[in-house]
Design a protein around this ligand. Structure first.
Ligand SMILES: *Cc1c(COP(=O)(O)O)cnc(C)c1O
Length: 399
């Protein structure tokens, strides 16, 4: 029978759950876009965004999703024909490289597979061999949302410094900004990108490019740059409209203001990071219990490499699709598809799913998802170990 009526939970890794307060902040007439409240509001979100990024440098705000922000970051740092070293630890690292190729930049992809972080020795070897410094930038993701691996950005910086290579370090934090620690300036990151719809609890449609002095210099050295993507006027506008190269995304900004108030000023970043970590540990505990029998397994075996915002799960096909369908239709919870883990349409594609636990999530939501997956496994007669709920509850109770 269907038990899906009631508040549904989209437990996919973005767009994430939006707080009622964020939704309500948008429920109002359009403001004047030339002066007054909106101008003050934008001035107030900039320092909060920089605080989350851990930077005292620049942020440019775009009306765009993550793909747009990928292009924005590339368009300001590399000219067509120049080379970017793209570190792939899942679909998103690879996707950024594909975007580079589409605008004439030459991506050199180092692919580290679908269940591991990067190998710093391999990266150092490639950088050492680049004696002419053809590699102008290195792109990577902090959390690859497809595999749910978390890459150690500070360690990557140290490796680049060890070799003494001058390439810019550009990091995609779209999945995890606001949920997992990130320190742009302390970690020596030149460009960091984020978007509104994941950890930042705001509807999809606004993205951010943070950039430091070395990246600013690269931008100023380009012969030509798209007028729309140019980050200079957006980061340091003379007139208000230049923040957005036109009309401001008025209602997204109301939403963002409310979300930042909740995250930065009420909960506080450290508390938000700790909440995500504990909730993630509850999810892993459940998965480890299920995995004692049958085929269910965490995609990232090494706990220290697992993201706190999304968990990728492998299971014999076609049980991932069966489970997802059952949960959506009968229980009111929607799990994420297994993005990039197998070719879409192949039989193996039905052997992967993801649980999103980013942003506006708390203990009862995560325990609810775990309980629903447990019910789905039982209803569908999918073999699994017992005690998952108990294991998850213990993590929460001991936190
Ligand atoms: C979601 C995501 C993207 C893509 O964002 P879109 O808004 O879907 O274009 C890119 N990188 C990472 C790490 C993501 O999680």
């Amino acid at each position: 029978m269907s038990l899906a009526n009631g508040r549904s939970y989209l437990a996919i890794p973005g767009p994430s759950v939006m707080p009622d307060r964020v939704l309500q902040a948008m429920h109002r007439p359009a403001p004047n876009i030339y002066s007054g409240e909106l101008v003050d509001l934008v001035a107030s979100v900039v320092p909060d965004l920089k605080a989350i990024a851990g930077t005292k440098h620049n942020v440019a705000i775009y009306i765009a999703n993550g793909h747009g922000i990928w292009e924005a970051a590339l368009a300001n740092t590399l000219a067509p024909g120049e080379t970017v070293l793209a570190l792939a630890t899942g679909r998103f690292g690879a996707g950024w490289a594909e975007m580079a190729a589409r605008i004439g930049i030459k991506p050199r992809v180092l692919d580290f597979g679908l269940s591991a972080t990067y190998d710093l020795e391999v990266i150092k070897e490639v950088l050492r061999a680049d004696t002419e410094c053809e590699i102008k930038a290195i792109t990577t993701v902090q959390v690859d949302t497809s595999t749910s691996v978390r890459n150690d950005i500070k360690a990557l910086r140290d490796a680049i410094d060890e070799v003494g290579h001058p390439a810019l370090l550009m990091v995609d934090c779209i999945a995890c900004l606001g949920c997992e620690e990130f320190r742009m300036d302390d970690w020596g990151v030149d460009v960091m990108i984020a978007a509104s719809q994941k950890g930042l609890m705001t509807p999809p449609g606004v993205g951010f490019v943070f950039f430091g002095p070395k990246a600013a210099e690269a931008r100023n050295g380009l012969n030509q740059i798209s007028a729309y993507w140019d980050w200079n006027p957006r980061a340091n506008p003379d007139e208000f409209y230049q923040y957005f190269a036109g009309t401001a995304p008025t209602h997204h900004l109301f939403a963002l203001r409310e979300a930042l108030t909740m995250l930065v000023h009420e909960e506080g970043l450290e508390n938000a990071y700790a909440r995500h970590k504990t909730l993630a540990r509850a999810v892993w505990a459940a998965l480890e219990a299920w995995g004692k029998e049958g085929s269910i397994a965490l995609n990232i075996a090494d706990e220290s490499l697992r993201s706190f915002v999304v968990t990728s799960v492998n299971i014999d096909a076609p049980n991932a699709t069966a489970l997802r369908d059952y949960l959506t239709e009968n229980l009111g919870v929607t799990l994420g598809i297994g993005l990039g883990m197998a070719p879409s349409g192949s039989p193996e594609w039905h052997g992967h799913f993801r649980i999103g636990h980013m942003g506006h999530v708390n203990a009862h939501m995560v325990l609810g998802v775990i309980g629903c997956i447990d019910a789905g496994l039982k209803a569908l007669n999918i073999q699994h170990g017992s005690g998952a709920m108990d294991a998850a509850v213990r993590v929460i109770a001991e936190a």
